[in-house]
Write a protein that binds this ligand. Structure first.
Ligand code: MG
Length: 223
């Protein structure tokens, strides 16, 4: 899947970069024994990592510790450089839900050796991604609920109000260094509760409004 779908629209966005924010919830930084960052921490996944709703995550044989990280995502409808925080929200076309699947053992080894996270974070099927609810229909993207259930049991649940860095800050900060383009997707970081997922698990993620209305959903199998 290389095209982002905006709900209720025929407009299609070819997916370009996937920009993932690390440690954007204080409770997750704590569970990882990591410091709360002073500036956004980010890394990239290749667009080839994406699978859509109903897809299957394939665990690479190099890992024995696949972890789920449920995250709100957003899609850029236009690009730019040096975007001011006050203008940044105009660049967002829609909001969705995604899973930043992580080979925790491979990542831990990379951290220890000071090596990049690319393999741990960018392997094929590591970026399950829902369709996007149009930004114009979301009054406050910092008041949405993010939830992940594994085999019917809730594992991760939080609100985007708990972001350390808000959407305008993320767009503005990153656009100082990396040109943003329409079709770029952001993963906004995971709340606490990351844990192992094993072959046979069913992962169900939702983004919902403050009144509980489902805005975007994802159902994924692990093989
Ligand atoms: Mg993550």
């Amino acid at each position: 899947m290389r095209t982002a779908l905006l709900q209720g629209s025929t407009e299609q966005f070819e997916i370009r970069k996937i920009i993932c924010i690390g440690r954007n919830y204080a409770d997750h930084a704590k569970e990882m024994n990591a410091e709360v960052p002073k500036a956004p921490v980010f890394f990239l996944k290749p667009p080839t990592a994406i699978i859509g709703n109903g897809g299957t995550i394939i665990i690479p044989p190099i890992s024995d510790d696949l972890h789920h990280e449920v995250e709100m995502t957003f899609l850029l409808g236009k690009g730019g450089r040096n975007i001011a925080p006050a203008d940044a929200m105009e660049y967002v076309a829609g909001y969705g839900i995604g899973l930043d699947m992580t080979l925790r053992d491979v990542q831990a080894e990379a951290k220890k050796k000071g090596l990049p996270w690319t393999l741990a974070k960018g392997f094929d099927t590591s970026a399950p991604l829902s369709s996007f609810v149009p930004a114009a229909t979301v009054p406050d993207p910092h008041a949405l609920n993010v939830m992940l259930a594994v085999n019917g049991t809730i594992r991760q649940q939080s609100s985007t109000r708990n972001f350390i860095f808000k959407i305008d800050t993320l767009i503005s900060y990153i656009s100082q260094f990396i040109t943003l383009e329409p079709g770029d997707i952001f993963f906004t970081g995971t709340p606490e509760g990351v844990a192992r997922a094993v072959s046979g698990d069913k992962l169900e993620a939702t983004l919902s409004s403050s009144t509980g209305k489902t805005l975007a959903a994802l159902s994924i199998q692990v093989r």
